[in-house]
Write a protein that binds this ligand. Structure first.
Ligand code: AHR
Length: 339
């Protein structure tokens, strides 16, 4: 009897031991799930996008999602709805989830040091895309891929100067100021800062060009419209509208036409992005110059993420190919834009 009891308690102990082991292994379900996924499907990338404020942005998101799907990369996607605090939360959740790589579009340049330090402590490499950041320790992120906004701003300035220098050669009135209105993108964003800086860099050698109005329309069509209603009321003599994106430009065109003004003729318009609607406006003569900002960065982003996940280093800065479309070009040659 005693022998039998001993055997039962021994079996009971073994059972408890097995349950314990099972519990211990099962206590890290996340890790197990991730490594299983990696074996089956490849890497996991956390992607924090800033929102869906423009056709450009929607195309950019799609480009990353399509490229990830094509490469068998699992994308954990988050839309921050234009709020930096949402982006920081998303980055923290990617860290908790132990993704292999974090990719993010920083809405503004500042305020990333702490969360990037957390990513580093967790051993997760970070790729910054589209907009740049300013951190005390630049090694907190592996690299940047995206647009060269300073160059976009310079191209806008060069177009304006060449447009008016040509006109002046054929006109007696050479002392007049060229009055410029600027629709600024999101304040504190690297792209808006670069576009403003590059533009001013060109104009500084041409004192007759002056910016009489500059306000942020946050890259939104609705705000572009609102600002146009305001500045068209304030100023009678506007020569140029320089808009940091096509969305705001489309709002301006609408406001001008409501007043019986002819965009592209009564006022010269330079815009950035090159979405289909802006190219159509260029063809109709409502816009004079369109500077491309290329949103189709998904394939390159995913390639770089794969390299980072493999422990390789990547280029510190990688700019994407971008063009400029002028009113004088053969516009029939421009292929459909896809955004
Ligand atoms: O950061 C890129 C800019 O953001 C694009 O020019 C604009 O359309 C977008 O919303």
């Amino acid at each position: 009897m005693i022998h039998k009891n001993r055997q039962i308690s021994k079996q009971f102990c073994i059972l408890i031991f097995i349950i314990l082991i099972y519990c211990l292994v099962g206590c890290s379900p996340q890790k197990k799930k991730l490594s299983q996924f990696e074996e089956d499907h490849g890497i996991i990338v956390g992607f924090s996008q800033i929102g869906a404020e423009s056709a450009w942005r929607t195309c950019n998101t799609r480009s990353v999602q399509d490229a990830a799907a094509e490469r068998g990369v699992q994308l954990v996607y988050d839309n921050a709805e234009q709020k930096q605090e949402n982006q920081i939360k998303a980055l923290r959740s990617f860290i908790a989830y132990q993704v292999d790589v974090i990719v993010f579009v920083p809405i503004v340049t500042d305020g990333w040091d702490n969360v990037l330090q957390e990513a580093r402590d967790a051993g997760i490499p970070v790729l910054v895309t589209d907009r740049k950041i300013d951190v005390a320790d630049p090694s907190l992120y592996a690299g940047f891929i995206g647009t060269d906004s300073l160059k976009e701003g310079r191209n806008a300035g060069l177009f304006v100067v060449s447009k008016f220098e040509n006109a002046r050669e054929h006109s007696a009135e050479t002392d007049d100021y060229i009055n410029i209105v600027e629709l600024f993108g999101t304040e504190g964003s690297s792209v808006a800062n670069g576009r403003a800086e590059g533009f001013r860099e060109v104009l500084k050698d041409h004192p007759q060009y002056r910016i009489i109005y500059s306000k942020s329309g946050d890259f939104l069509r609705s705000k572009g419209y609102e600002l146009a209603v305001e500045f068209l009321d304030m100023y009678e003599d506007i020569d140029v509208i320089y808009s940091h994106n096509d969305g705001m430009t489309l709002g301006v065109i609408e406001a001008m036409e409501e007043r019986g003004l002819r965009p592209g003729k009564d006022i010269v318009i330079v815009t950035i992005d090159a979405q289909q609607a802006a190219i159509d406006a260029l063809r109709e003569g409502k816009v004079n110059c369109v500077i491309e900002c290329n949103p189709k960065t998904g394939p390159e982003i995913i390639k770089l993420a794969e390299r980072l996940a493999a422990g390789e280093s990547i280029p510190r800065v990688q700019y994407v190919h971008e063009e400029v479309f002028y009113e004088t070009d053969d516009l029939s040659l421009i292929a459909p834009r896809g955004y």
